[in-house]
Design a protein around this ligand. Structure first.
Ligand code: PEP
Length: 248
């Protein structure tokens, strides 16, 4: 069985004050054991590591360089993120694809960097509203999976996580119905199984796109939905705590 995860993507939010307030509530919350992860802004990874060693949360990054090291001003290497204590990295998020023009080949190099440095990539894929309306959802999503994972061969299912995030559902309040999500997740599952006959069945596939406490149970009830990648609702400790508890 793939593992279940709840991952918060804080994006460019949560300054030190909000971060401290968030953990006052987390520390009181008596979270169950589970795979509960948070990706803060990179400058706060150290701070979060101090906070999370007293509970079961793990900390990761929202991006990394596609290069090992060198003259790449402003970039952050997977190697140094791992050295700092980050355990995972979100790659291929639709905001990076659309705002920073990242394409599948570039993302593929980042996935390779992450794996080489023992960071778990959470590879995001998803279609725009135009692609869905043109009947191109599966072609788009499966094309992204194949291209971003080109040349990659995980030796264990824990080394890689996929996240299906329909672009039209991110930050819009519109969630894919549980059935719409599962339809795409089951096709991603088939593709993973085809690409990685040894590990594909066990790789977790998260859903992302306006996940909140009111819809998480229905989403998690779907066979191929193995957790959530959550933006907005992960900023509020009480919501994130509810989402984590829903995985149990
Ligand atoms: C995301 O950014 O990955 C995301 C799913 O955002 P939201 O939950 O706010 O839709």
């Amino acid at each position: 069985m793939p593992k279940t995860y709840m991952v918060g993507n804080w994006k460019m939010n949560q300054g030190l004050h909000e971060l401290n307030e968030f953990f006052i509530q987390i520390d009181k919350a008596d979270l169950p054991q589970g795979n509960f992860w948070i990706a803060p802004q990179m400058i706060h990874i150290h701070k979060l590591l101090e906070k999370t060693n007293i509970n079961s949360l793990k900390v990761g990054a929202q991006n990394c360089s596609d290069q090992e090291s060198g003259a790449y001003t402003g970039e952050v290497s997977a190697k140094n993120l791992a050295e700092m204590g980050a355990q995972f990295v979100i790659l291929g998020h639709s905001e990076r694809r659309s705002l920073f023009k990242e394409d599948d080949q570039f993302i593929n190099r980042k996935v390779k960097q992450a794996l080489r440095n023992k960071l778990i990539p959470i590879l995001c894929v998803g279609e725009t509203l135009e692609q869905r309306e043109a009947g191109k959802t599966l072609e788009t999503v499966l094309g992204q999976v194949e291209a971003c994972l080109d040349g990659i061969r995980p030796t264990s299912a824990d080394q890689l996580i996929l996240a299906y995030e329909p672009v039209w559902a991110i930050g819009t309040g519109k969630t894919a119905s549980p059935e719409q999500a599962d339809e795409v997740h089951s096709e991603i599952r088939k593709k993973l199984d085809q690409l990685f006959p040894d590990t594909g069945k066990e790789i977790s596939i998260l859903y992302g796109g306006s996940v909140k406490p009111s819809n998480i149970k229905d989403l998690l009830s779907q066979k191929n939905v193995n957790g959530g990648l959550v933006g907005g609702a992960s900023l509020k400790a009480s919501d994130f705590i509810e989402l984590c508890k829903a995985t149990k």
